[in-house]
Design a protein around this ligand. Structure first.
Ligand SMILES: NC(=O)c1ccc[n+]([C@@H]2O[C@H](COP(=O)([O-])OP(=O)(O)OC[C@H]3O[C@@H](n4cnc5c(N)ncnc54)[C@H](O)[C@@H]3O)[C@@H](O)[C@H]2O)c1
Length: 462
């Protein structure tokens, strides 16, 4: 082991020398420029690019190497951007829905052309493997395709009226400005789900990505902005203000943000939900799950060590992994822990590190109950060929999650279905099925085309 450490030292020194410069200036990373990125990048877009707030350096989470810098938005720039975005809504809302769909189709095509290079940036900046980075961009492309079709299908029913000569219509209108706050671990797909559906519904978007993945936010916005500008549309239809909790809080408190779509931890989501509720605003929450099979990330190494220790203290046995890897960068071993009680505090907590707890159960009822007793309710799965069990799992006494799978893992969802979870996961639904309704407001319209004025329920004032 000592020998190994000594061997690694020169490599570490080489690596820290390389880290003194930005990766974007190294020949191996020149592909970043294909995304329009440079050493210093403006972190505000509202039809024009700007930003004069804090300058943040984005680091590769695998080895802490600096990639490039982004200048975030000040609160004054946030204010200006909201005004421009709302102004842009006035014309966007008048564009017929299928024509809005055509713009979304072009966004999908523009993303297709950059799918590999954008997927590489996701991998570099967020830390997930390349194929998953590309998969995220593919999700955005898929949801664009879905939204194009939807742009010719959204609408409400005409309902039978109890009054003669009357018609009841359900009319759906855009909510206006959709604020989108996203988490570090899905820096493209979550924005994509919200953006594509919001746009065909006739909304404008203002995006604040996670402060650790600002280059991805800038690169995606450049692709979308080019499509808008080529079509001579106001760029502020898809605005962006990079920043942290200050910009996020401003969005949560802002009455002009008609719907706030928030993806992140349950802890922050609760604060955001209360700020939005305080103003009786609309919110769409996609909060913490309890699915630990994810990639290691910067400070997550410490969370990982703490979680393994806690699991041992609470009676668990590490049967696989359990250690930080003896190599440069932030790498930990994928870990399996057995022997814990189903209600051990560590099992019930989202640690967001690659630890899998394996629990032994005796009966189906017990397993279903353990699945449902945690606070989170995002995703769940069983492996079985027993047909009766499959339908019990899907039924009223089965899994209480938003995603209920059979014979596939809990991760990875198709865009055609509604995505989201219950309980502390927030209850929101994004992406496919009828999720578009969350981005619109419904009016029940009664139209009298008779000469009389009858009241409902047969009431007569006589
Ligand atoms: N349910 C889902 O679909 C889903 C998807 C992805 C991630 N997540 C969850 O997200 C978490 C990981 O992401 P994270 O570490 O980026 O989450 P986080 O809660 O730390 O941050 C999420 C976003 O909230 C912003 N934010 C922070 N403080 C804020 C405040 N006071 N007001 C407004 N915004 C604020 C952050 O800048 C970021 O953009 C995990 O808990 C994971 O389960 C859930």
């Amino acid at each position: 082991r000592l020998l190994l450490r000594n061997k690694l030292k020169p490599i570490c020194r080489q690596q820290s020398a390389a880290m003194s410069g930005l990766l974007i200036n190294q020949p191996n990373y020149s592909w970043l420029k294909e995304l329009g990125l440079s050493e210093d990048n403006p972190g505000v877009y509202n039809g024009s690019w700007g930003g004069s707030g804090e300058v943040v350096t984005s680091y590769c989470p695998a080895n802490n190497a600096p990639i490039a810098r982004v200048t975030q938005a000040t609160l004054a720039e946030y204010e200006e951007t909201v005004q421009k975005t709302r102004e842009a809504w006035k014309m966007w809302a008048d564009v017929p829905a299928p024509k809005r769909g055509e713009i979304v189709r072009q966004i999908g095509d523009a993303l297709r052309r950059k799918i590999n290079v954008l997927g590489s940036l996701v991998s570099l900046e967020m830390g997930k493997i390349y194929v998953e980075g590309v998969g995220e961009v593919q999700e955005y492309v898929d949801v664009c395709d879905y939204a194009v079709g939807l742009s010719r299908m959204i609408g409400g029913p005409i309902l039978p009226s109890e009054r003669p000569g009357h018609v009841l219509i359900e009319q759906w209108n855009p909510v206006g400005l959709v604020g989108i706050i996203t988490a570090f671990n899905f820096p493209v797909a979550v924005y994509g789900w919200n953006n594509a559906i919001s746009l065909i519904c006739g909304n404008v978007c203002l995006w604040k990505g996670a402060p650790t993945t600002p280059l991805t936010s800038v690169a995606v916005t450049k692709i979308v902005a080019e499509v808008l500008e080529q079509n001579k549309l106001p760029g502020a239809i898809c605005s962006m203000t990079c920043g942290g909790a200050d910009i996020g809080t401003a969005m949560a408190k802002d009455e002009r943000v008609d719907l706030l779509s928030f993806t992140g931890s349950t802890h922050v989501g609760k604060m955001v939900a209360m700020m939005v509720q305080e103003r009786f605003g609309r919110k769409l929450l996609e909060l913490g799950g309890n699915n630990r099979i994810v990639k290691a990330y910067k400070q997550a190494v410490e969370q990982y060590i703490a979680a393994v220790e806690q699991a041992k203290q609470q009676g668990g046995t590490v049967v696989c992994g359990g250690k930080v890897m003896d190599r440069p960068g932030n790498y930990v071993e994928p870990t399996i822990i057995t022997g814990l009680a189903h209600d051990a505090p560590i099992v019930q907590t989202e640690t967001f590190v690659p630890i899998l707890y394996v629990l032994k159960f005796q009966t189906e009822e017990e397993a279903f109950a353990w699945n449902n007793e945690v606070k989170q309710g995002l995703s769940s799965s069983i492996f079985t060929t027993n047909l009766e069990r499959v339908f019990r799992w899907l039924g009223p006494k089965g899994s209480d999650c938003g995603i209920v799978n059979v014979n596939i893992p809990t991760s990875g969802a198709e865009i055609g279905g509604a995505f989201g979870g219950e309980k502390h996961t927030g209850g929101g639904r994004e992406s496919g099925s009828d999720s578009w309704k969350q981005y619109m407001r419904r009016s029940t319209c009664t139209i009298n085309h008779s000469k009389d004025l009858p009241l409902a329920q047969g009431i007569k004032f006589e």
